[in-house]
Write a protein that binds this ligand. Structure first.
Ligand code: HEM
Ligand SMILES: *[C@@H]1O[C@H](CO)[C@@H](O)[C@H](O)[C@H]1NC(C)=O
Ligand SMILES: *[C@@H]1O[C@H](CO)[C@@H](O)[C@H](O)[C@H]1NC(C)=O
Ligand SMILES: *[C@@H]1O[C@H](CO)[C@@H](O)[C@H](O)[C@H]1NC(C)=O
Length: 511
């Protein structure tokens, strides 16, 4: 009797499975598209689009959502780690491409660069160059003096600011954006500034214009531009104005960068330059493959974009959260005293041991990513994922926001709690998460090649700021209002905090 029941149950399960396999898979749930235009009207009526997509996922209670826009583009949003892993790990090869969209086309100058090029020979070549020649360990070590110099500059500049103006009010957003850009400029071009900078060693008008343009590009990259879904309209109309904004911002960035590239080519050609000093030298002197000036110029624009946003945003949120949770700030300080002691400044060699500091940054990547979505991955053939049909050419956008706050993956997801990333004694905290429970550097063939540089830059900046200064909310406030923008998910108001020196003066770099 018992046995019969078990056999019947098992047979039912098998038949069920069989029937499910037999029936053709359907698309993931989503709003019903109209013929030809798809969900375009809903999309335009429900701006900001980022919030609309997440609201739909909540309403339909689905971790995978399909929105058709235009006649044939399926945009597929994902907020569940195991489904995300099916896309980027199990079927990595299928989802290896990037979409052909106006913004990416313009920034990459017709897909000459790594991050934005669709799957193909150009992408493979540039990815190899970037991983092996630019983001390699030997190059990383070689460029350390530049990073050390900028880490000292950071302390100098904050000290200067505290002495010059009463109160020591620091705009953390401006400071971290400039810190990373100054650093990247020295690493790539061998100069911190395009112009003269200001007297106290900080960026001037030219650098500010450059940074603003870089962030403008970022805001409009993969930003659901209407003509991306009606490709035959591209370059003919500019409904949402994105094309004009993009062209203008790219022009500004290139106005500063391209002449340096041209000049450097000349120096190598006429023998004024014989030794490599920075990434630009590496790119120009590369023999196999030999890059064209156009490729180098476009790649340098992309490198600026790839390095600044995620890092500066994470530092801004982390400092804000630390000010509001003095317990966290105190633990970070204790770690620094433990690892570094009180006699010297924190250095890059300490990074492997700064696990709590790294856990704080990782927690910011989880809870406060710079953008709501990972850059889109595009499928190169029809396939099925999580039991759903995913047509060739779909744009897969993993939600950094949804993954990082997924209540099935994280306990009490809205709480800023670095402890959740700490591992057992002796194991290093890594900023990356290969199980995609959050997205920092992502995973698979399209993963970020700048993991080491990104980790180093952000950990050093936070460690120096915590070691060097006490941080407090401005005025008589006890805490800082940490509110997201409605249009995107950045901090609504740039973070301003009060810095007070906490080390004896002789420990700061001379200023
Ligand atoms: C903390 C800092 C950084 C974070 C959080 C970060 C994150 C990411 C993410 C999420 C992606 C997309 C992966 C995907 O599509 O699945 C990516 C791609 C990329 N990153 Fe980073 N990145 C950082 C720093 C850097 C740096 C310093 C470089 C410079 C070497 C860099 C170069 C790139 C490139 C070239 C790609 C495109 C790879 C491809 O499409 O094949 N990133 N990064
Ligand atoms: C760039 O880094 C080097 C260290 O390699 C440093 O000597 C130099 O001062 C930096 N450039 C500028 C303009 O600060
Ligand atoms: C983070 O860095 C990668 C590097 O290219 C970039 O593609 C991505 O858009 C950046 N920002 C966000 C918010 O994902
Ligand atoms: C992919 O799926 C679409 C829609 O179901 C179908 O029309 C097309 O023939 C399929 N393509 C391939 C190569 O199987």
């Amino acid at each position: 009797m018992f046995l019969t029941i078990i056999i019947i149950v098992i047979t039912c399960i098998f038949i069920g499975r069989f029937l499910k396999k037999k029936s053709s898979y359907s698309l993931p749930p989503g709003p019903t598209p109209l013929p030809f235009i798809g969900c375009l009207i809903q999309m335009l009526l429900n701006k900001p689009i980022v919030r609309w997509i997440h609201k739909l996922m909540d309403q339909l209670d689905t971790p995978i959502l399909c929105i058709r826009i235009g006649p044939s583009t399926h945009v597929i949003a994902v907020s569940d780690p195991s489904i995300a892993c099916e896309f980027l790990k199990k079927q990595d090869e299928v989802f290896i491409s990037r979409p052909d969209v106006m913004s990416a086309y313009l920034v990459s100058d017709g897909y000459r660069t790594v991050a934005m090029s669709p799957n193909g020979e150009q992408w493979r070549m540039m990815k190899r160059v970037l991983s092996q020649e630019i983001a390699s360990m030997p190059v990383h070590k070689w460029l350390q003096p530049k990073r050390d110099e900028e880490a000292d500059q950071l302390l100098r500049w904050i000290c200067n600011k505290i002495e010059k103006q009463d109160g020591g009010l620091i705009n953390i957003r401006a400071m971290s954006q400039h810190f990373f850009t100054n650093l990247i400029r020295n690493i790539t071009f061998g100069k911190r500034f395009f112009g003269q900078g200001t007297e106290d060693g900080w960026p001037g008008e030219e650098e500010t214009e450059h940074v603003v343009a870089v962030f403008t590009i970022l805001k409009h990259l993969y930003a659901f531009c209407i003509t991306d879904y009606f490709p035959w309209l591209r370059w003919k109309t500019d409904f949402d104005g994105h094309e004009k904004i993009m062209r203008n911002a790219i022009r500004i960035v290139r106005k500063y960068q391209d002449p340096i590239v041209d000049e450097r080519y000349q120096m190598w050609n006429n023998g004024d330059r014989k030794e490599k000093f920075d990434m630009l030298d590496v790119l120009i002197t590369l023999e196999n493959p030999k890059l064209t000036p156009e490729e180098i110029k476009a790649q340098l624009v992309e490198l600026m974009i790839a390095t600044i946003d995620n890092t500066s945003n994470a530092i801004e949120w982390t400092i804000g959260e630390m000010i509001n949770n003095p317990r966290i700030l105190k633990k970070a300080l204790e770690e620094l005293e433990d690892v570094v002691g009180c006699e010297r400044l924190v250095e890059e060699q300490d990074i492997p041991k700064l696990n709590y500091i790294k856990a704080c940054i990782k927690e910011s990547f989880r809870l406060h990513p710079f953008a709501a979505f990972n850059p889109p991955h595009v499928s190169t053939m029809n396939t099925t994922v999580a039991g759903y049909f995913i047509p060739k050419g779909s744009h897969i956008i993993l939600s950094r926001y949804g993954l990082g706050r997924n209540p099935n993956a994280w306990e009490d997801p809205l709480r800023f709690d670095p402890e959740r990333h700490l591992l057992e004694e002796g194991k290093q905290v890594m900023l990356s998460d290969n199980d995609l429970r959050l997205i920092s550097f992502s995973t698979g063939k399209r993963a970020c090649p700048g993991k080491t540089l990104g980790t180093t830059m952000s950990t050093m900046m936070l460690a120096r700021m915590v070691q060097g200064f006490d941080w407090e909310a401005p005025g008589n406030e006890q805490s800082i209002e940490l509110v997201e923008n409605y249009d995107d998910i950045c901090l609504a108001k740039p973070l301003v905090a009060v810095a007070k020196p906490r080390l004896p003066r002789h420990m700061y770099p001379a200023y």
